[in-house]
Ligand binder design. Structure first.
Ligand code: DGL
Length: 269
């Protein structure tokens, strides 16, 4: 395997850019080939079969562009499709759920962990299973927050409505006296300020995007896949629809200005 190949990163849309951003900042030499399935977002309310089928199509697309590893940046796709992709692909594949779960299990002091995510991720119960696998004494309290994704995408990160929704969503978790909260959806790290304010200082927030980039770096090193050449990193972005909107959103998140994207609908074939 050529270690100078890019890392394939995919998500249901723009949210996975929070993971791409962490990869770019923690592994600045590495190139990223990103696919955002903007035509079919959201995945959070779709069935397991559908999310697996979409993830397979995108993984095939990324492999056709020769990537050395794939990061499933979407929590819902990680919850439903990671196992299938790991079994079917020859390149290493990592998701965002395990790194977030591992970190939460490591840092909790009281053993009471909250997880906020899409309906699909919460229904999958995967965070609970991973955390229970690490230590069965840990208690996990899940809460779906389906309105957070559209609020972020509508540019309402700091709007009072977003704060009201955060208060409503977090109330049952705070009643359970959690001390750790996993931001189990790509969009939620963009709400860190408001979620942190509502959760208060006794709750530590876990950003799986950060942890995933860290574990990706470790995995590449272990497998001898760290980029060797001194050529600067080049990042490419593909979407399945709404190129202009994607670019506008990306330019509010990424450290570099994104001038070019490609629309690729062949992924549906
Ligand atoms: N990327 C999804 C996730 O992390 C959120 C958006 C969606 O529902 O597709 O679960």
């Amino acid at each position: 395997m050529n270690s100078d190949l890019p890392i394939g990163v995919f998500d249901s849309g723009v949210g996975g850019l929070t993971v791409a951003k962490e990869i770019m900042s923690q592994l600045p030499k590495e190139s990223v080939l990103y696919f955002g399935d903007t035509a079919r977002v959201p995945y959070g309310n779709k069935s397991e079969e559908t999310v697996i089928a979409y993830s397979r199509q995108i993984a095939r697309f990324l492999c056709s562009h020769s990537v050395k590893a794939i990061v499933v940046a979407c929590n819902t796709a990680s919850a439903f499709a990671l196992e299938t992709l790991v079994k079917e692909l020859t390149v290493p594949v990592i998701g965002v759920v395990k790194p977030g779960a591992r970190t939460a299990a490591r840092i909790t002091k009281t053993g009471r962990i909250g997880v906020i995510a899409t309906n699909g991720t919460i229904k999958s119960g995967l965070y609970e299973r991973y955390i229970a696998g690490i230590s069965p004494e840990l208690r996990v309290f899940g809460q779906a927050c389906p309105l957070f994704v559209p609020l972020v995408e509508e540019g309402m990160r700091k709007d009072p409505i977003t704060k009201m929704m955060a208060e409503r969503y977090l109330e049952p978790l705070l009643k359970e006296q959690i001390d750790t909260l996993v931001l189990g959806c790509t969009h939620y790290p963009l709400l860190t300020e408001v979620i942190g304010e509502v959760a208060g200082p006794s709750v530590t927030l876990v950003n799986p995007a950060y942890e995933t980039a860290r574990e990706l770096g470790e995995m590449l090193t272990k497998r001898g896949l760290r980029k060797q050449s001194d050529e600067p990193a080049t990042h490419r972005f593909f979407v399945s629809d709404g190129e202009e909107q994607f670019r506008r959103f990306a330019n509010t998140i990424l450290p570099c200005e994104l001038v070019e994207t490609d629309v690729n609908r062949k992924v549906f074939a």
